[in-house]
Design a protein around this ligand. Structure first.
Ligand code: OTU
Length: 642
């Protein structure tokens, strides 16, 4: 059952507002499922007393939560799903690259508001090793703010300021691994058996070799293999990501209990959405690729149900960059009918948009999206173009083949197109984790550089620049209208280019993802009033699109998206409908040439019956020329019935 509905039932039945009583009621209602999940992972006969430990932990964890947040929890349960609102517009940023530190970020809240952002994903800000640390994804602590960002107190003040300004906050929960300097890892290295049991640690490499037979490599260039020999303890430890990121061993219930405590403490810092990093990797099994295993789903559901009891106002984001059919499983409702994450990255849409730009065709996008299984009604997507990671080419081979393309050749073409191996391509992307033996690789680079702005500016090629601006605006127009939360990557709002300074630093030079982790350009931002700058055109269009989104309920996510088939392979069209408002038709042209679509079916949808529909973006009425709708290269229309 939907948790908000459950809460309403309980609170109306008991006319109860006391947070403690409601906590006990939540515990009582969810206990059956929590117990079932816990025992399926940690059977009592094998882990005697572990469940009792969890029971003892609940009241302690609840006592840690502030009254302000407890009341906010109740308010959220009453109001329903805030994350599905048309008002939600997110931005992802590195605090140190945005504006100095936490204090600096606070100073820039007016800038975020000016653009229309009300939801922030701050990249990791807790302590981490000096030197290589995977951008903070190797954690030395789950809560201690790294002094380079400010103090713990400053963070709490910032979070409280966000609440006052009705802005939502997301932080990462690096749930799969800690750094090799984390207190548990240090104790393990010193030989403490208890903490060696917190990781996958082996005396020799015989079991690691068994695992390796079926484990893929995440970072084959910089961190080949999935195990690392640690001389201090003369043992092997599982390190699926980088060799300084030790995988936590969730077969040990103590690890779950400690990590649950860490999760609650994170929620108590005022975090509204917790990003579950690399959650697909939580369970490992010899003979499998150790991703998306049923036990990983049970663990996430268990985290969810436990947090539901203690801090029900906090929701989860699944960072599962896996096949579309696997992603939707992280919304939950599996065999045990438990909830998992309310939100997931729409990695499929992201990768398909890049494919459509390179091929100038939307065929694969239609084919793939039509086959994405439906998501539960109370869940939503984060729609994005770029983030701090690479773009993986995770398309379904069978769909590529159905179109008549060879999957391997097609991926090679995409790498060539984006990573400067075709001189006619406008793109200035970089290869990531390229494997010359297999030809596999991924793509990095900023949206603007990938879309031709960098090349256009270097070559002073005005039409290339204009084309890049149109492409950026079109992609923003799609993610803002697609249903779910649009997440803008900081810098993309001003078309920021690749940052090559990562090549000069030993700690970052092996990881080309740093090309797209650029410093915010405040000098450029101070010039945005000059409307002729290409960057101004990007910023002001995005600002307008965001404002329009917030004014129209039809943009809210309520499972109201349908793809429309036009017969033109260069065009993407989808309709959004709403019970309380006229529908919205989103039409975009991925081709460098003008395109026409036959408009009979648009007439049938009723968009032209009562006069010509208005394009919300240009504020122009759209008319048909002899039954045809004409689109400029990379044009996007948001048509609303008038
Ligand atoms: C995540 O990404 C983070 O987003 C990365 O920045 C981290 O390096 C990594 O975890 C380790 O903490 O491999 O290339 O879903 O795509 O979890 C990025 C599978 C990654 C992976 C994803 C991971």
């Amino acid at each position: 059952m939907n948790q908000a509905a459950l809460h309403q039932l309980i609170s109306s039945r008991f006319k109860e507002k006391n947070t403690k009583v409601l906590f006990n009621l939540r515990l009582a209602t969810n206990l059956g499922l929590i117990q079932q999940l816990f025992f399926s992972i940690y059977p009592e006969e094998k882990h005697h007393g572990a469940f009792q430990e969890l029971m003892n932990l609940f009241p302690k964890l609840f006592a840690l939560r502030s009254d302000e947040l407890k009341n906010q929890d109740l308010q959220r349960l009453e109001e329903g799903n805030w994350y599905q609102s048309e008002k939600m517009v997110g931005m992802q940023l590195y605090v140190e690259h945005f504006h100095k530190d936490l204090k600096g970020l606070k100073e820039k809240i007016p800038y975020l508001k000016r653009l229309g952002i009300n939801f922030l994903h701050l990249m990791p800000i807790t302590t981490r090793p000096n030197g290589e640390n995977d951008g903070g994804y190797a954690v030395n602590s789950y809560h201690k703010i790294d002094p380079k960002y400010g103090t713990d107190k400053e963070f709490l003040e910032l979070a409280s300021e966000f609440r006052k300004q009705q802005m939502f906050l997301m932080l990462d929960f690096v749930v799969n691994h800690t750094s090799n300097e984390f207190p548990w890892a240090k104790k393990a290295k010193k030989g403490e058996k208890k903490y060696q049991g917190y990781y996958y640690i082996f005396e020799d490499d015989s079991i690691p070799k068994e695992f390796e037979k079926s484990l893929p490599e995440v970072f084959p260039e910089t961190s080949p293999g999935n195990f690392t020999h640690i001389p201090e303890m003369d043992r092997w430890v599982m390190t699926v990501f980088n060799d300084y990121q030790w995988d936590l061993n969730y077969t040990n219930p103590e690890v779950f209990l400690e990590m649950l405590t860490n999760l609650v403490k994170l929620a108590n810092m005022g975090v509204d959405m917790v990003r579950f990093d690399a959650l697909a990797f939580l369970w490992k099994k010899i003979g499998t690729d150790s991703q998306n295993l049923p036990e990983a789903h049970d663990l996430i559901a268990l985290f969810r149900m436990c947090l539901q009891v203690v801090a029900p106002g906090t929701i989860f984001l699944a960072e599962a960059i896996v096949a579309p059919t696997e992603i939707v499983k992280y919304f939950g409702e599996g065999q045990k009918r438990a909830n998992e994450c309310e939100v997931a990255y729409n990695a499929s849409l992201m990768a398909l948009l890049w494919n459509s730009i390179a091929t100038k065709k939307t065929v694969l996008l239609y084919k793939s999206l039509s086959n994405v299984p439906a998501k539960p009604k109370d869940c939503t997507w984060i729609n994005y173009i770029r983030c701090h990671d690479d773009i993986g080419l995770g398309y379904e081979n069978s769909f590529i083949e159905e179109i008549g393309w060879n999957p391997q050749q097609h991926r090679k073409f995409l790498l060539d197109y984006y990573c400067q191996r075709l001189n006619w391509s406008p793109s200035k992307g970089l290869l990531f984790m390229y494997n010359p033996k297999t030809g596999d690789g991924r793509i990095t680079g900023s949206a603007a550089s990938l879309l031709g702005l960098e090349k256009g500016l270097i070559e002073k090629n005005k039409s290339l620049v204009n084309e890049a601006v149109a492409k950026i605006n079109m992609l923003h127009g799609i993610i803002l209208a697609f249903g779910g939360i649009p997440m803008i990557y900081a810098g993309d709002e001003i078309g920021i280019l690749n940052d090559y300074s990562f090549l000069e630093d030993d700690a970052t030079k092996g990881d080309s993802r740093w090309a797209n982790r650029p410093k915010q350009d405040w000098e450029l931002i101070s010039k945005l009033e000059n409307k002729d700058l290409p960057q101004s055109k990007i910023f002001h269009t995005l600002q307008r699109l965001i404002a329009i989104r917030k004014e129209n309920i039809v943009f809210a996510d309520n499972d109201n998206l349908s793809l429309c088939h036009t017969g033109n392979d260069h065009v993407l069209v989808f309709e959004r409908t709403s019970t309380s408002e006229n529908g919205l038709l989103v039409i975009s042209n991925f081709d460098e040439n003008p395109q026409v679509i036959e408009a009979g079916w648009i007439l049938k949808l009723g968009y032209f019956t009562m006069g010509n529909p208005k394009d919300l973006i240009s504020e122009q009425k759209i008319s048909l020329k002899s039954g045809l709708l004409e689109l400029k290269p990379y044009q996007i229309l948001w048509l609303k019935k008038s």
